[in-house]
Design a protein around this ligand. Structure first.
Ligand SMILES: [Zn+2]
Length: 344
C-alpha cells in the first residue's frame, strides 16, 4: 500500500477521500435536490473529452435517465474523479475533516461588498491551501502546482496538522506564510439557488493560482510581489480582483461578495470558455481523421464538419454520453459514410 502523502509515515489506507470538501462540492455536482454523500452526478469537461461521473448512491433509474443502460464495469469505474482511494492515512484524512468542519460555518455568513466571513485567520488559510494542495497531489487531476509551491504548502499543512500546538508551529513558518495570501470572491447562495456550478483550477496560471468552486472564486498568491503582477484572465473575475482584500494570517477572513447577476456573467464566461476548448479539440480530431482518410488538405471541409456537429447536437444520445469522444466518433463515421471519398 502506498504511503500517506501528508504525514509520509503511515500507510495510505483511507478510501473515499474527497479532494474537494464535500460541503462545497455537493452544491456543485450533486444530483439535483440531493444533499447526501455519494450522490455526486456531474460532468467533467476537458479539451479532450466530456466524461460523466457519479457517486455510489445515485439510483440506477437516475443513471439510466442520464447515461442510458451502462454495463456493470462502467458503473464501477465512473466514480467521481474528486474522490480517491489510498492517498492519505485515516488520521490525516480526519484532520482534514476537522479543518473543513471549522470552516463550514462561515458559509452561513453573508454580506454585501467586502464582508467578514468570521473564518479564523490562519485556519482559513490552511483550509483553502489544503484544497489546492490536495488537487495538485491527486493522481486524477490535470492541475499541478509548481513543485516548490507544492512543497511549501505541504510543509505548512503537515506541521499544522501533525503537531500538538498546531498554530504555534505554523507561526514558526511565518517567513513562508508571510508570503502566502489569498483572495476570495463569492456570490453567497448562488450554488444553492441555481443548483449549478463548476469546479475548475486554471492549469497554467500560477501568479496567482485560480480556482472556481461553485459560488467561490479563490486566488492563491505564493508571493506578495505577485499581487502587483500582470493581470491573468480568469473568466473575467480579474476585473473584480483589485477590490477583493488579501487574506494572510493576521486577521479574520474577508470576502468580496458579488450579486447573483454579476456572478452568473462570470459563470457564463467560464462555460463558453470550456465549450470553446472542447470545440477546438473536436475540430482537431476531425482534421486528423480527414488526413488519415486520405484527404488532400490538412483540414476537413467546414461544411462536412458542420454536418457532423449538427448530427452530434441532434443525436438521441443520453445527456451523460452526449459530446463524449465515443459520441463524436459515431457521428463522424455516420456522416462520413455518406461520402465515398474525402471532401477537400
Ligand atoms: Zn497520514
Amino acid at each position: 500500500m502506498p504511503i500517506c502523502k501528508l504525514c509520509k509515515i503511515n500507510e495510505a489506507n483511507k478510501t473515499g477521500s474527497h479532494n474537494v470538501p464535500f460541503f462545497l462540492m455537493r452544491s456543485v455536482d450533486n444530483e439535483i435536490g440531493k444533499r447526501a454523500r455519494n450522490k455526486e452526478l456531474g460532468f467533467k469537461i476537458s479539451g479532450n473529452d466530456v466524461k460523466g461521473y457519479f457517486g455510489q448512491s445515485v439510483l440506477r433509474e437516475k443513471l439510466v435517465e442520464v447515461f442510458g443502460e451502462l454495463p456493470d464495469e462502467e458503473l464501477e469505474n465512473r466514480e467521481s474523479s474528486i474522490i480517491e482511494d489510498y492517498i492519505f492515512c485515516k488520521s490525516c484524512e480526519d484532520k482534514f475533516g476537522e479543518i473543513e468542519s471549522g470552516y463550514a460555518p462561515t458559509l452561513t455568513k453573508i454580506g454585501e461588498g467586502v464582508y467578514n466571513s468570521s473564518g479564523k485567520a490562519g485556519e482559513s488559510l490552511i483550509f483553502w491551501i489544503g484544497i489546492f494542495w490536495r488537487v495538485s497531489v491527486s493522481d486524477e487531476a490535470a492541475f499541478k502546482m509548481q513543485k516548490k509551491d507544492e512543497n511549501k504548502l505541504w510543509l505548512l499543512l503537515n506541521h499544522y496538522m501533525n503537531h500538538q500546538d498546531a498554530y504555534a508551529e505554523v507561526i514558526q513558518y511565518q517567513e513562508v506564510l508571510g508570503n502566502i495570501g489569498y483572495k476570495i470572491i463569492r456570490s453567497p447562495g448562488y450554488a444553492e439557488k441555481f443548483n449549478t456550478g463548476s469546479f475548475t483550477i486554471h492549469l497554467s496560471h500560477r501568479q496567482p493560482y485560480c480556482m472556481l468552486l461553485g459560488e467561490f472564486a479563490v486566488f492563491l498568491y505564493m508571493k506578495k510581489t505577485h499581487l502587483n503582477g500582470i493581470q491573468q484572465s480568469f473568466y473575467t473575475f480579474e476585473k473584480d480582483l483589485p477590490l477583493a482584500p488579501v487574506n494572510t494570517t493576521n486577521k479574520d477572513e474577508e470576502i468580496l461578495s458579488l450579486n447573483h447577476d454579476e456572478f452568473s456573467k462570470r459563470i457564463d464566461s467560464a462555460a463558453h470558455h470550456m465549450a470553446d476548448n472542447r470545440k477546438r479539440s473536436m475540430n482537431e480530431f476531425l482534421d486528423s481523421l480527414h488526413v488519415v482518410w486520405g484527404g488532400e488538405t490538412k483540414r476537413m471541409h467546414k461544411d462536412v464538419k458542420e454536418e457532423i456537429f449538427n448530427h452530434l447536437a441532434y443525436s438521441n444520445e443520453k445527456l451523460g454520453k452526449k459530446y463524449t469522444n465515443e459520441d463524436l466518433f459515431r457521428s463522424a463515421f455516420e456522416v462520413l459514410s455518406k461520402y465515398n471519398k474525402p471532401i477537400d
